[in-house]
Write a protein that binds this ligand. Structure first.
Ligand code: ZN
Length: 417
């Protein structure tokens, strides 16, 4: 975060913010529709957007829960939700087993492994950005506003793109993924594929992932595109992601358990349960395990392997704008219309603090927050800044550091080499 960044952001005007705000209002029924720009061109663009997007997103929610909800919070873990699962079924170390080695190591003045906080913004697979330029530009403006707000707090975004948004960037000549990189933020691929796919060969599944990867490679270079969020389903996502050239997977959810025998899943996590309810819950379900990246040799379990082919980089705490509402399963979640409030922030910060208590200082840690692109509106600025200020307190206390998904991966590799 530097002078160059501030200068770039200062160049972004109020128009960006207004458009983002208006679009957010139109699509998600949030307050602030009085801010809709009134010029003919902008109204035209917004009408096109408003007319097309809700249809797409509602269809998705109804028919393909993967796309819109794969990254949403699973605060059910904190409240109720989901069948009870015995701790003995969860393939993780009991935190108490870690205490002795941790203390031994610390008493030898060993360096403590860092604890990171990262974010994910998903440019979804069911969006029509490649066909509707105003919709694409709306999303670009949302990301630019997100950068502007995050930069004030030296915080880091990671934006992960599926086919439509990647294609739109190429076709419309706006490379916002490169803008993110140039500004010190992170990028990657989003893989909204796998949940509905039948069992196929690793090569066939890898080809679907490669299709998504190559578009992002084209925009930022393969060296900057090393991870994918998603890809969970019956196919071996670990082998296929590695085959496609990815080095880490993030955004892990319930559907990543579908590739595993039931004995390797939490109790009660049948295919039926995952497909109807558990698909969007954060995985691995054990938070102490989830917040410490580890390698797996395949997708048959979440037990760390020494000869891993890919790093599982999870750590999801929950989606920020629905955090409070998801505790009560509010109807706004299904219509994607939950407002971002200070209550969301307060509960999310509480959850972050709980996760921090589980950090094993002998392992690199990671807490991950999901932010939909639509959260970046001028009307949400104040609450977003409140969130970032609250996180900054933890950063100033030395409990957390901001990182991109790729930086977490690099830190994991450095720590374990
Ligand atoms: Zn998605």
């Amino acid at each position: 975060m530097n002078i160059l960044k501030s200068r770039t952001l200062a160049a972004m005007g109020l128009g960006v913010a207004l458009l983002a705000s208006a679009c957010g209002a139109g699509v998600e029924a949030q307050p602030g529709s009085d801010q809709v720009p009134t010029s003919t061109a902008e109204v035209g663009g917004d009408q096109a957007t408003v007319a097309s997007e809700p249809v797409v997103e509602q269809v998705t929610v109804a028919s393909d829960p993967v796309v819109e909800q794969d990254t949403s919070a699973s605060p059910e873990r904190q409240s109720s939700g989901g069948p009870p699962f015995g701790q003995d079924q969860v393939p993780v170390k009991d935190i108490s087993e870690l205490e002795t080695p941790v203390l031994d190591r610390l008493s030898d003045d060993a360096e403590e492994a860092p604890m990171y906080i990262s974010t994910m913004v998903h440019m979804e697979g069911n969006w029509n950005d490649d066909e509707i330029e105003p919709l694409f530009l709306k999303h670009v403006d949302q990301i630019r506003l997100g950068m502007e707000i995050f930069d004030e707090y030296d915080a880091k975004l990671t934006v992960e793109s599926e086919i439509p948004f990647s294609t739109a960037q190429i076709n419309f000549g706006v490379n916002v993924l490169q803008e993110l990189l140039d500004d010190g933020h992170g990028v990657g691929t989003h893989c909204d594929v796998g949940f509905r796919e039948e069992l196929m060969s690793v090569e066939e599944f890898a080809a679907l992932l490669t299709e998504r990867k190559e578009l992002v490679d084209q925009l930022v270079g393969a060296e900057n595109n090393r991870g994918c969020s998603g890809a969970g389903g019956v196919n071996d996502w670990a082998l296929a992601l590695a085959e496609a050239g990815f080095e880490y997977v993030d955004g892990l959810v319930g559907m990543h358990y579908l590739s595993m025998p039931e004995a390797e899943r939490p109790d009660g996590w049948t295919d039926r349960y995952i497909r109807s309810e558990g698909f969007h819950e954060n995985a691995p379900v054990d938070l102490a395990q989830s917040i410490h990246p580890f390698e797996v040799a395949d997708a048959t379990d979440f037990v760390p392997d020494e000869d891993g082919v890919i790093v599982v980089s999870a750590g999801s705490i929950g989606r920020l704008d629905t955090f409070a509402e998801s505790q009560t399963d509010d109807a706004c979640i299904r219509t994607e219309s939950c407002a971002l409030t200070t209550e969301d922030v307060d509960l999310e910060i509480e959850a972050i603090k709980e996760a921090l208590e589980l950090h094993d200082p002998t392992q690199v840690g990671k807490i991950d927050i999901y932010l939909p692109a639509s959260i970046f509106t001028e009307e949400n600025r104040e609450v977003l800044e409140y969130f970032l200020a609250e996180v900054d307190k933890l950063v100033q206390e030395g409990l957390l550091e901001w990182a991109t998904q790729a930086e977490v991966y690099d830190a994991y590799v450095a720590w374990n080499s």
